[in-house]
Design a protein around this ligand. Structure first.
Ligand SMILES: Nc1ncnc2c1ncn2[C@@H]1O[C@H](COP(=O)(O)OP(=O)(O)OP(=O)(O)O)[C@@H](O)[C@H]1O
Ligand SMILES: [Mg+2]
Length: 388
């Protein structure tokens, strides 16, 4: 199969000339005349390489490069910037945005061809190396220790816990860790960490999920600098319609569990069809509660529902999250009494830390790794890494 190259330039003559030359050299060509078209074509065509002009009216090449790099479906496609801008600063900006190579116009066809071949060869080599060695890639044969995080009502801190627990598990155990947001339309982690298009989950659900292999899922996972990988969910409210696709979530989970050693799933509040089909696959269910009498009534009901689904105390861990400072709050033992269940762990209020971490697009446990909150996450992670 010929290698496919996407050529992006607002100048029709350049497009035609470069396109013809590459076609004569055995490449398949896709052309785009502006930034918007380029982004769409990159996703749709999955080219082996992109040749990108820098100065275009709607979006410059740097911005296009950043967008391509931020999207899991295009982040690995090599990019050569091809432009009349020849200042050293322009090149640095290009490389910083994520370009693999930089070539100034005008150039000899032979020179362009040599750069294309070099970049393609490098990409093929790193792909092969990645398949066998890179720690973030899928090399797992055994099922992940799978944890579902849930709460009897919204806003209690499920996503905060799933995110920081996952990152802490990864940092303390060095094992491959995947954090999956099963919250279509209500994702928060992508935004929290500063990713512009956190749509992986919803895009996967739009495909024929039963045909999804680990290989097909791989491009939708986002690697974070902590070494953790994420399956982010969109925050478009109307995507919440996907919560009714319980079966799809079941199938998706069946494959995802073979893609890491630890998997933390954000299941959000209440037991929706997503939870109904996912919870039975979890080795451990972590339920977040708060020390407020009405919430504890709901928590008690949820413990009962889980029990009826076959998830008893052996698999269930209740975690008490105190989001607000108060002198009149219930004690640990009062809470246990109220829900008739052991509380495994207590988190103290950390509103400032969580706010600052969000502003800096960082998980709290990385933003302040010596904070009390980080220590509490370390304790919870250690209970999972080395069960007593
Ligand atoms: N220990 C804590 N101290 C103070 N605030 C906290 C704590 N844990 C979480 N929060 C805050 O509570 C709010 C809700 O947290 P989060 O988004 O994690 O909840 P959630 O259960 O995922 O909500 P949703 O049901 O909307 O998905 C956030 O503003 C978060 O920063
Ligand atoms: Mg949430």
């Amino acid at each position: 199969m010929p290698e496919k190259i996407l050529v992006v330039d607002d100048d029709v003559d350049t497009l035609r000339l470069v396109g013809l030359m590459l076609e004569r050299n055995g490449f398949e060509i896709v052309a785009a005349g502006n930034g918007r078209q380029a982004l769409l074509a990159a996703v749709r065509e999955q080219p082996d390489l992109i040749i990108l002009d820098v100065m275009m009216p709607d979006m410059d090449g740097y911005e296009i490069t950043r967008k391509l790099r931020a999207d899991p479906k295009t982040m690995a496609i090599p990019i050569i910037m091809f432009t009349a801008k020849s200042q050293i600063d322009d090149k640095i900006t290009g490389f910083e945005a994520g370009a693999d190579d930089y070539l100034t116009k005008p150039t000899q066809p032979r020179e362009l061809l040599a750069h294309i071949k070099a970049v393609l060869a490098r990409a093929a080599k790193s792909q092969m190396a990645g398949a066998s060695a890179a720690p973030t890639k899928t090399i797992v044969q055994e099922k992940a220790h799978t944890m579902g995080v849930i709460a009897p009502k919204g806003g209690l801190g499920v996503s905060t816990l799933a995110l920081n627990l996952g990152v802490t598990l990864r940092l303390r155990s060095k094992k491959s860790t995947l954090i999956a947001e099963y919250r279509p339309g209500q994702g928060t982690m992508g935004l929290q960490l500063g990713y512009t298009r956190p749509e992986g989950l919803v895009e996967l659900l739009q495909r024929q999920v039963s045909e999804l292999s680990t290989r097909a899922i791989e491009p939708y996972l986002v690697a974070h600098r902590s070494g953790t990988r994420f399956l982010f969910s969109s925050y478009r409210p109307k995507d919440a319609i996907f919560v009714k696709e319980g079966k799809s979530f079941e199938l998706l989970t069946r494959t995802l569990v073979y893609m890491s050693e630890y998997m933390v799933i954000d299941l959000g509040a209440a037991i929706t069809p997503v939870g109904e089909y996912t919870l039975p696959q979890c080795d451990r269910v972590i339920m977040v509660i708060e020390p407020i009498p009405q919430t504890l009534q709901q928590a008690k009901a949820m413990i009962q529902d889980l029990q009826e689904m076959g998830i008893g105390s052996g698999r269930l861990q209740v975690v008490l999250v105190n989001r607000i400072r108060s002198d009149i709050q219930m004690s640990w033992s009062q809470v246990q009494e109220e829900i008739q269940h052991r509380v495994a762990m207590l988190f103290t209020p950390a509103p400032e830390l969580l706010y600052q971490a969000a502003v800096r697009n960082s998980p709290a446990v990385i933003y302040q790794s010596d904070s009390l909150t980080a220590q509490q996450f370390a304790k919870l992670a250690d209970m999972i890494i080395e069960p007593a």
